[in-house]
Design a protein around this ligand. Structure first.
Ligand code: ZN
Length: 147
């Protein structure tokens, strides 16, 4: 966020459309002869990372309205608004603790376990491997007595 002062055009009263920026561009040469002769190729490669507003000796910035009237204005950055508190921060401020959610977490995890078990062997293996269970542990748990 920023504040622009004055933000209205002194000529027509319209608000500033934006700052009048300088953008460096590489006006491109064509092919060179051996003795360094060339001509304009006709294109310009714009260097958008070098885009800069124009400022005067007092640090004011050149701005323009949509009618192409220019004027110098003070453009100050404003502090961004503080971030919204997260859900956890809001609950904490109401006195909620992790213990209050224990049962909900347990129920949710149990529901996930049922869904995985209903997904069949391939889904169960994928889940186990994704959650840090090793192949060795899986082999031990599934070992059948020699037939
Ligand atoms: Zn104007």
């Amino acid at each position: 966020m920023m504040r622009v002062d004055p933000h209205r055009c002194p000529d027509c009263g319209e608000p500033a459309e934006g700052t009048v920026d300088i953008v460096p561009g590489i006006a491109q040469f064509g092919d060179f002869s051996e003795d360094g002769i060339t001509d304009w190729a006709g294109g310009t490669r714009m260097c958008w990372d070098g885009q800069m507003p124009q400022t005067d000796a007092q640090g004011r910035t050149l701005v323009q309205c949509e009618h192409a009237h220019d004027w110098w204005a003070v453009v100050e950055g404003l502090e961004p608004p503080p971030p919204e508190p997260t859900l956890a921060e809001r609950l904490e401020s109401l006195g909620v603790t992790g213990e209050d959610l224990d049962e909900l977490v347990h129920d949710a995890a149990s529901r996930i376990g049922s869904e995985v078990n209903n997904s069949g062997l391939a889904g169960q293996l994928r889940f186990l491997l994704e959650h840090g269970v090793t192949l060795q542990e899986i082999e031990q748990a599934t070992k059948k007595e020699d037939a």
